[in-house]
Every structure is written in C-alpha cells, then in structure tokens.
Design a protein around this ligand. Structure first.
Ligand SMILES: [Zn+2]
Length: 384
C-alpha cells in the first residue's frame, strides 16, 4: 500500500478485549464509514451487571459483534443495565434501542440528545414496503435524506449502491435503525455512578450539540467520545444536524467547540482519554489544543479567500477550504460552522439570495492577519 499511513480510527475492528483503565474494557465493533473502521464499545462491570459506552451501529452485523465481545469479556446481553451514548450519531447509538428491548437497559445521554433527524418516520417508511417496487423503495429512502440545510440547499442522499449495501446489511429496513429515546438524561457536572465509582458528566458541544464526555477524576480516566480523537479532527457541523435547523441561525457551534476543547486542559496530562475511535491516549489537553489550532488555521484560510470571493455562498467557500474529493454536505456543513463563527465575531456579513441561499461576505483581510494578538484587538472595530 502507498500513500498516507492509516489513521488509528480507520483500523478494522478486532475481537480483542483489553483493560484500558481500571475496570474499563475496550472492545471494537465494526464500522464501515468514510475514514472509520471501528467504533470502541467500552464495558464496565459493577454490582448490577455491566454498562456499555457507545454500542455501535444499527443492524445485525454490529449487534452480533456486540454479543460476541460481551461473551468474550464474560458477559451476556442480559447483563447490560445501561447503554451510555456519547452523542447522536448512528455509529454510537445504533445498538441502544435493541439493548433496551432485550435486556431492559437504560439509555443514558446528555439532556440535549437530539437525533440526526427523526428516523422514526424514516424507519416506518422503510418497514412499509409491501407492494412497493425496489425502485420505489429506493426513492423513498433517498427522499428521507433530502432535508434542507441551514444554508439554503438540500442534502444529497447517499449513492444508490451505498443505500443498497445498507439495505442488504439490514440497516435501513430494520426497526433497530430508529433513534433511541433516552431513559436517563444528565446535565453538565452531574455525578453518575458506573463501574463502582463516580463519574462527572461533561457536556462538550461542538462535534454535535449534545456531545457528552464522562470523567473519573479519582482514577484519571475520561471517555472522550468523538469530541477529542487521537489522530483525526472531528467534523464540526454548523448545527445543521439537529431536529430544528432554525437553531443554526444563531448557533456558533465552532465557538462552543473551542470552549469544550479548552475544558480538556483542566483534566490533567496524566488522565487516560478513551476515545470512541482509535487507541487510548494521554495529554488530552495538548491534543485538544492541536484541534483548536487546526480550526484557527481554517478560519485564516477563509479570511484569505474572502477578498477574492466577495459575497459568496457556503459552497463557494467550501471549495476553498476542502479538496475536491471531500466536497459535499459534510464539508459544506463544516464550512458553514466556520462562516457563522466569523459572522458572530464581526468578521463577516451574512445575507440571503432571492432563491434562499445564504451568502457571506468577509471583512477585508488585514496585512497582519496571522498575528492573533492584533486580530483580538480588532474585535471591537466598526462594522460597515
Ligand atoms: Zn463516531
């Protein structure tokens, strides 16, 4: 193989069970998504049975792997009393609803837990396939993906072959695809008892608005979910992935992400971070700082492009920020998040075209733009 070395997050799931922190077992469940080869499902024992963190994708493949990993660790599905979901992405919550049905497990999330979209409706559409031709079914599935974006476009459904592959895997017509309804929700700083000890809930919005980390200060362990990953930077959605797209109008999710990243510096450099993808790591504050820096550099790229682009759409800016093979809804969403941030801090005007496309026009680039101290001083300059 040539090219870039494979990132940790891309590694294929193995059947290994490893104790990665006192009383915390790491297992890997298969994921076949762009840039991801597995999701970590952590198992923690206590007097009530076990709790799992992020029980994987919906569908039978992931479920069978979950059953296998629990068995290898010496447990059964019926032992699971709680499924903790770090955030509302389906590679994390997919197994939760079935766990609740088969073991009566609680589903624990942050109180703001919000699905990507209401897949209840989608699942019902897919379940009601009687008499529909394959073509009609595929069209219905595509339609459920064509939701409006907060920047005025419509989302592009996945490619047909991808939809067909998911259908063969049982991910689209299975009832397990539905977004779980939490049975226990927590707020920031709330204490939770798991693995015979206390954990602090850390609400860490950014990657999603509902992202939850759990921190055990006594043993120096944190479940970092997708908030801080070891070798890839998590996608930042311009709050386009919540139920109410309208929230994105005022939601500066990049600023929230910066705050959530900053907070990791309070956890101490010896704390063991257990991410949702990739290997355990330490010095989470330094890793969080790197991710912050990455986004500041991305903001600079937009600032530099601003004078050339003038008043331009999110897609125009996306083509500057991302290489062509990354263009699409995800890239546009991340671009939108950065542009909203520039708008909120007074560096960009926001407008809308007659046909409903959101545009941004950036303040003229300053010669000393790369100097952060100077930029901070410009914050109160007049907006024209
Ligand atoms: Zn993930």
């Amino acid at each position: 193989m040539t090219g870039k070395p494979r990132k940790q997050e891309q590694e294929e799931a193995t059947t290994d069970i490893a104790e990665v922190a006192p009383g915390v077992l790491r297992t890997m469940l298969p994921v076949d998504l762009p840039g991801l080869g597995h999701v970590n499902c952590y198992i923690m024992e206590d007097e009530r049975g076990v709790a799992v963190v992020d029980p994987g994708l919906p569908g039978p493949d992931s479920w069978n792997a979950l059953v296998d990993r629990l068995n290898r660790a010496g447990y059964k599905i019926g032992d699971v009393h709680t499924a903790i979901i770090t955030h509302s992405h389906f590679d994390h919550f997919g197994g939760a609803e079935r766990l609740r049905e088969e073991s009566g497990a609680d589903i624990l999330t942050h109180e703001s837990f919000a699905p990507l979209w209401d897949s209840e409706e989608a699942a019902e559409t897919h379940d009601a396939e009687d008499g529909a031709s394959e073509e009609e079914i595929l069209e219905r599935i595509e339609e459920t993906f064509r939701r409006p974006t907060p920047w005025g476009t419509r989302r592009t459904p996945p490619r047909r072959e991808q939809i067909q592959r998911f259908r063969r895997m049982g991910n689209f017509n299975a009832r397990w695809f539905r977004t779980p309804t939490p049975t226990v929700t927590v707020v920031d700083s709330q204490m939770i008892r798991l693995a015979r000890r206390e954990w602090v809930a850390l609400h860490t919005p950014g990657h999603t608005g509902d992202h939850l980390c759990l921190y055990d200060p006594a043993h120096g362990v944190v479940f970092s979910g997708d908030h801080v990953l070891p070798t890839i930077t998590p996608h930042i959605a311009g709050r386009s992935d919540t139920r109410s797209d309208k929230r994105s109008d005022t939601q500066d999710s990049l600023a929230e992400f910066f705050d959530s990243l900053q907070r990791m510096n309070t956890l101490g450099s010896t704390t063991v971070a257990l991410p949702a993808h990739g290997h355990p790591f330490t010095d989470i504050g330094a890793r969080a700082d790197d991710i912050c820096m990455h986004h500041h550099e991305r903001l600079d790229v937009l600032r530099q492009a601003g004078s050339r682009l003038g008043r331009a759409t999110v897609e125009d800016y996306m083509r500057v920020l991302f290489s062509e093979r990354a263009w699409g809804d995800m890239a546009a969403s991340e671009t939108f998040a950065h542009l909203v941030h520039l708008n909120v801090i007074g560096e960009a005007h926001r407008d809308i075209t007659p046909d409903g496309l959101v545009t941004f026009e950036l303040e003229p680039a300053q010669p000393d733009q790369t100097d952060r101290a100077n930029r901070a001083n410009q914050a109160d300059r007049e907006m024209s």
